[in-house]
Design a protein around this ligand. Structure first.
Ligand SMILES: [Zn+2]
Length: 175
Protein backbone atom coordinates (compact mmCIF):
# COMPACT_ATOMS: atom_id res chain seq x y z
CA UNK A 1 0.00 0.00 0.00
CA UNK A 2 1.51 3.34 -0.99
CA UNK A 3 0.02 6.57 0.25
CA UNK A 4 0.47 10.17 -0.81
CA UNK A 5 0.09 12.63 2.06
CA UNK A 6 -0.58 16.20 0.97
CA UNK A 7 0.39 18.80 3.53
CA UNK A 8 -0.96 22.27 4.06
CA UNK A 9 0.61 24.94 6.27
CA UNK A 10 -1.17 23.79 9.42
CA UNK A 11 -0.01 20.21 8.88
CA UNK A 12 3.59 21.26 8.47
CA UNK A 13 3.53 23.28 11.66
CA UNK A 14 1.43 21.02 13.85
CA UNK A 15 2.40 17.57 12.65
CA UNK A 16 6.09 18.25 12.21
CA UNK A 17 7.13 15.54 14.64
CA UNK A 18 4.88 12.94 12.99
CA UNK A 19 6.40 13.65 9.62
CA UNK A 20 9.92 13.76 10.97
CA UNK A 21 9.65 10.52 12.92
CA UNK A 22 8.35 7.06 12.14
CA UNK A 23 5.08 7.82 13.91
CA UNK A 24 3.38 8.63 10.64
CA UNK A 25 4.13 5.12 9.37
CA UNK A 26 2.52 3.55 12.42
CA UNK A 27 -0.37 5.92 12.10
CA UNK A 28 -1.01 5.01 8.48
CA UNK A 29 0.00 1.38 8.77
CA UNK A 30 2.62 1.50 6.00
CA UNK A 31 6.09 2.91 5.46
CA UNK A 32 5.34 3.66 1.83
CA UNK A 33 4.27 7.20 2.56
CA UNK A 34 5.16 10.04 0.20
CA UNK A 35 4.73 13.68 1.16
CA UNK A 36 3.58 16.38 -1.23
CA UNK A 37 2.94 20.07 -1.05
CA UNK A 38 1.86 22.60 -3.69
CA UNK A 39 4.36 25.47 -4.22
CA UNK A 40 1.70 28.02 -3.25
CA UNK A 41 1.87 26.82 0.37
CA UNK A 42 5.53 27.77 0.51
CA UNK A 43 4.90 31.11 -1.22
CA UNK A 44 2.11 31.89 1.21
CA UNK A 45 3.98 31.41 4.43
CA UNK A 46 6.99 33.46 5.21
CA UNK A 47 7.19 32.91 8.95
CA UNK A 48 10.51 31.78 10.27
CA UNK A 49 8.97 28.89 12.14
CA UNK A 50 7.43 27.57 8.95
CA UNK A 51 10.64 27.94 6.96
CA UNK A 52 12.70 26.14 9.60
CA UNK A 53 10.24 23.23 9.61
CA UNK A 54 10.00 23.21 5.85
CA UNK A 55 13.73 23.25 5.23
CA UNK A 56 14.37 20.34 7.55
CA UNK A 57 11.55 18.32 5.98
CA UNK A 58 12.36 19.36 2.42
CA UNK A 59 14.19 16.14 1.51
CA UNK A 60 10.99 14.22 2.33
CA UNK A 61 8.57 16.49 0.48
CA UNK A 62 7.85 16.67 -3.22
CA UNK A 63 6.73 20.15 -4.20
CA UNK A 64 4.27 19.82 -7.05
CA UNK A 65 1.79 22.05 -8.85
CA UNK A 66 -1.74 20.60 -9.14
CA UNK A 67 -3.16 20.25 -12.65
CA UNK A 68 -5.49 23.03 -13.78
CA UNK A 69 -8.07 20.34 -14.42
CA UNK A 70 -8.03 19.25 -10.77
CA UNK A 71 -8.16 22.87 -9.62
CA UNK A 72 -11.34 23.45 -11.60
CA UNK A 73 -12.89 20.21 -10.31
CA UNK A 74 -12.30 21.35 -6.73
CA UNK A 75 -13.54 24.90 -7.39
CA UNK A 76 -16.67 23.66 -9.09
CA UNK A 77 -17.49 21.26 -6.27
CA UNK A 78 -16.70 23.87 -3.60
CA UNK A 79 -18.97 26.37 -5.29
CA UNK A 80 -21.77 23.85 -5.55
CA UNK A 81 -21.52 23.05 -1.83
CA UNK A 82 -21.16 26.69 -0.79
CA UNK A 83 -17.63 26.23 0.54
CA UNK A 84 -15.81 28.34 -2.04
CA UNK A 85 -15.80 31.47 0.14
CA UNK A 86 -14.07 29.58 2.95
CA UNK A 87 -11.26 28.30 0.76
CA UNK A 88 -8.18 30.28 -0.27
CA UNK A 89 -6.41 29.60 -3.56
CA UNK A 90 -3.75 27.78 -1.56
CA UNK A 91 -6.38 25.57 0.10
CA UNK A 92 -7.77 24.73 -3.33
CA UNK A 93 -4.27 23.82 -4.56
CA UNK A 94 -3.82 21.42 -1.63
CA UNK A 95 -7.09 19.62 -2.35
CA UNK A 96 -6.51 19.65 -6.12
CA UNK A 97 -3.10 18.05 -5.65
CA UNK A 98 -4.83 15.29 -3.68
CA UNK A 99 -7.28 14.83 -6.55
CA UNK A 100 -4.34 14.42 -8.96
CA UNK A 101 -2.47 12.03 -6.71
CA UNK A 102 -5.41 9.68 -6.08
CA UNK A 103 -4.73 8.41 -9.59
CA UNK A 104 -1.09 7.65 -8.86
CA UNK A 105 -1.31 6.15 -5.40
CA UNK A 106 -3.57 3.66 -3.72
CA UNK A 107 -4.62 6.45 -1.43
CA UNK A 108 -4.12 10.20 -1.17
CA UNK A 109 -4.67 11.81 2.19
CA UNK A 110 -4.81 15.51 3.01
CA UNK A 111 -3.17 16.37 6.30
CA UNK A 112 -4.64 19.56 7.71
CA UNK A 113 -6.33 21.20 10.67
CA UNK A 114 -8.43 23.47 8.47
CA UNK A 115 -12.15 22.70 8.71
CA UNK A 116 -13.02 24.15 5.29
CA UNK A 117 -10.44 21.88 3.66
CA UNK A 118 -11.77 18.91 5.61
CA UNK A 119 -15.31 19.65 4.44
CA UNK A 120 -14.45 19.86 0.76
CA UNK A 121 -12.33 16.71 1.03
CA UNK A 122 -15.33 14.87 2.46
CA UNK A 123 -17.40 15.94 -0.52
CA UNK A 124 -14.70 14.81 -2.95
CA UNK A 125 -14.18 11.52 -1.13
CA UNK A 126 -10.61 12.33 -0.16
CA UNK A 127 -9.35 11.03 3.17
CA UNK A 128 -8.25 13.53 5.76
CA UNK A 129 -5.72 13.15 8.50
CA UNK A 130 -6.90 15.80 10.85
CA UNK A 131 -4.24 17.46 12.95
CA UNK A 132 -4.57 20.05 15.66
CA UNK A 133 -7.67 20.65 17.73
CA UNK A 134 -9.70 17.86 16.28
CA UNK A 135 -7.31 14.96 16.10
CA UNK A 136 -8.72 12.02 14.28
CA UNK A 137 -6.00 9.58 15.11
CA UNK A 138 -3.62 9.56 18.00
CA UNK A 139 -0.59 7.34 18.14
CA UNK A 140 0.37 6.45 21.66
CA UNK A 141 3.80 5.08 22.41
CA UNK A 142 3.92 2.26 24.95
CA UNK A 143 6.59 -0.17 26.09
CA UNK A 144 6.00 -3.88 26.18
CA UNK A 145 8.18 -5.79 28.63
CA UNK A 146 9.96 -8.66 26.91
CA UNK A 147 10.46 -10.39 30.24
CA UNK A 148 6.97 -10.49 31.75
CA UNK A 149 4.83 -9.17 28.91
CA UNK A 150 3.41 -6.17 30.71
CA UNK A 151 2.56 -3.05 28.68
CA UNK A 152 3.55 0.15 30.41
CA UNK A 153 4.04 3.86 29.82
CA UNK A 154 6.90 4.83 27.51
CA UNK A 155 7.96 7.45 30.03
CA UNK A 156 9.10 4.75 32.49
CA UNK A 157 12.67 3.50 32.32
CA UNK A 158 11.91 -0.04 33.38
CA UNK A 159 9.01 -2.39 33.80
CA UNK A 160 6.97 -1.49 36.91
CA UNK A 161 6.16 -5.19 37.36
CA UNK A 162 9.50 -7.00 37.08
CA UNK A 163 12.03 -4.13 36.79
CA UNK A 164 13.42 -5.46 33.51
CA UNK A 165 14.48 -2.78 31.02
CA UNK A 166 14.23 -5.15 28.12
CA UNK A 167 11.33 -3.82 26.09
CA UNK A 168 9.86 -3.28 22.67
CA UNK A 169 8.11 -0.05 21.64
CA UNK A 170 4.48 -0.40 20.69
CA UNK A 171 2.51 2.30 18.95
CA UNK A 172 -1.19 2.12 19.53
CA UNK A 173 -3.47 3.82 17.10
CA UNK A 174 -6.38 5.35 18.95
CA UNK A 175 -9.28 6.69 16.92
ZN1 LIG B 1 8.24 -6.90 33.15
Amino acid sequence: MSIAVILDTSALLRAYRYIMSDEIYYLLGTDRVFFYMPPSVIDEVKSQRFMVSFLSLKPKITVMEPSSQAVSVVKKEAEKMGYLGDLSDVDIDVVALAVDLTHRYESAIVMTSDMAIQNICRVLNIDVLSVGKKIKYVARRMKKCLNCGMTYSASLDKCPNCASNNYRILVRRVK
